[in-house]
Design a protein around this ligand. Structure first.
Ligand code: ZN
Ligand code: ZN
Length: 334
């Protein structure tokens, strides 16, 4: 068991917070030197390597032959759907089971002292955040994602893109594997900011924000339009290489759990713990108008003035920004 109070503090309500500010992305942490090797290692291990591993596994084991995919038929779409569904069920459900059902870490490193199942709320389906988020993630968002994958594979089987791209351009392929998560973060910052535009927020994104205390099931608990918007840039890779399109889809799906996992660290054993970098998005669910992305690779929120680094100063800056925004709104309506 790791003592989380060596890394942060817990208030009377049981909410834990880290004692250090959320770190800047490694690429911009130091103006003097960029530790490229260190950055690459932290980039690859463990989260992006898991995404790549899952994509390779699904590509090798679950992708039908080109001939089969040339025609849209339930014969290959249904098995493909179930394989992807089960993989994502294992990913989201595994974290949920270990951290929220078995509670193997109890509340160590948990930002919010309560567990969603302890707090029924009428605005969730069946008055239960877990059931609501599970249905929305697994029965709305995952089918949308698999439908996109089916489109990519069907187009590939009919002459769009090439899987030989991997062996013909290995360096470019490797660079794109690094670029895709960075692109997703940048895109997510802008599309997420747009989703907080009042009319769109009320109609669409508010569903995701019903969960103020998120858990892994919250990761893809969205309005269907939000899910489509989040995954959409995968289309860029369809004319190039189907594997990149699938890797992009899996990057969006798998990385979404990190913002909603609710724990600062995942204890692997008595001494080792993996950092999740979940605090920026936890603060987003708590305060709404901050941290539109996690600033994991590039400091988009910092550049656009919406960053909250988890400290008292960050809180003060946010409150001042809220006051200015409210004053501007009032002067417009006066
Ligand atoms: Zn969220
Ligand atoms: Zn939001």
């Amino acid at each position: 068991m790791i003592d989380d109070l060596q890394y942060g503090t817990r208030n009377k309500r049981g909410d834990w917070k880290p004692s250090s500010p959320i770190a800047l992305p490694p690429l911009v942490r130091s103006k003097r030197t960029i530790n490229l090797a260190g950055w690459l290692l932290s980039f690859v291990w463990p989260w992006n390597l898991i995404t790549l591993g899952l994509t390779v596994l699904l590509w090798s084991l679950a992708t039908p032959s080109i001939k089969t995919m040339q025609t849209l038929s339930l014969g290959w779409i249904v098995p493909l759907f179930f394989t992807n569904w089960l993989a994502l069920f294992a990913w989201f459900g595994g974290w949920e089971f270990v951290l929220y059902r078995k509670r193997v870490q109890q509340r160590r490193f948990k930002y919010n002292g309560t567990f969603p199942s302890d707090k029924p709320a009428a605005y969730f389906w069946f008055n239960d955040q877990n059931i609501d988020n599970f249905i929305r993630s697994m029965f709305i968002s995952v089918p949308i994602m698999v439908a996109m994958e089916v489109c990519a594979l069907w187009l590939f089987a009919n002459g769009w893109g090439s899987i030989e791209f991997v062996t013909e351009h290995p360096i470019l392929f490797a660079l794109l594997l690094v670029f895709i998560p960075v692109l997703h973060e940048a895109y997510f910052f802008f599309v997420h900011w747009f989703m907080h535009w009042e009319p769109f927020y009320q109609w669409c994104h508010s569903i995701h924000h019903n969960s103020i205390n998120p858990s892994p099931w919250t990761s893809m608990s969205n309005h269907p339009i939000e899910t489509v918007l989040q995954f959409l840039p995968f289309v860029i890779w369809i004319p190039l290489c189907p594997f990149l399109a699938l890797y992009h889809l899996n990057t969006v799906a798998l990385s979404s759990v990190l913002g909603h996992i609710g724990f600062e660290k995942i204890e692997i054993n008595e001494k080792t713990a993996w950092s999740t970098h979940a605090y920026p998005h936890y603060l987003h669910h708590k305060h709404f108008d901050v941290n539109y992305c996690d600033d994991g690779y590039l400091p988009w929120d910092r550049w656009f003035g919406t960053w909250h680094d988890g400290t008292a100063e960050g809180e003060q800056l946010m409150q001042e920004r809220f006051k200015t925004k409210a004053a501007r709104k009032n002067s417009r309506t006066a």
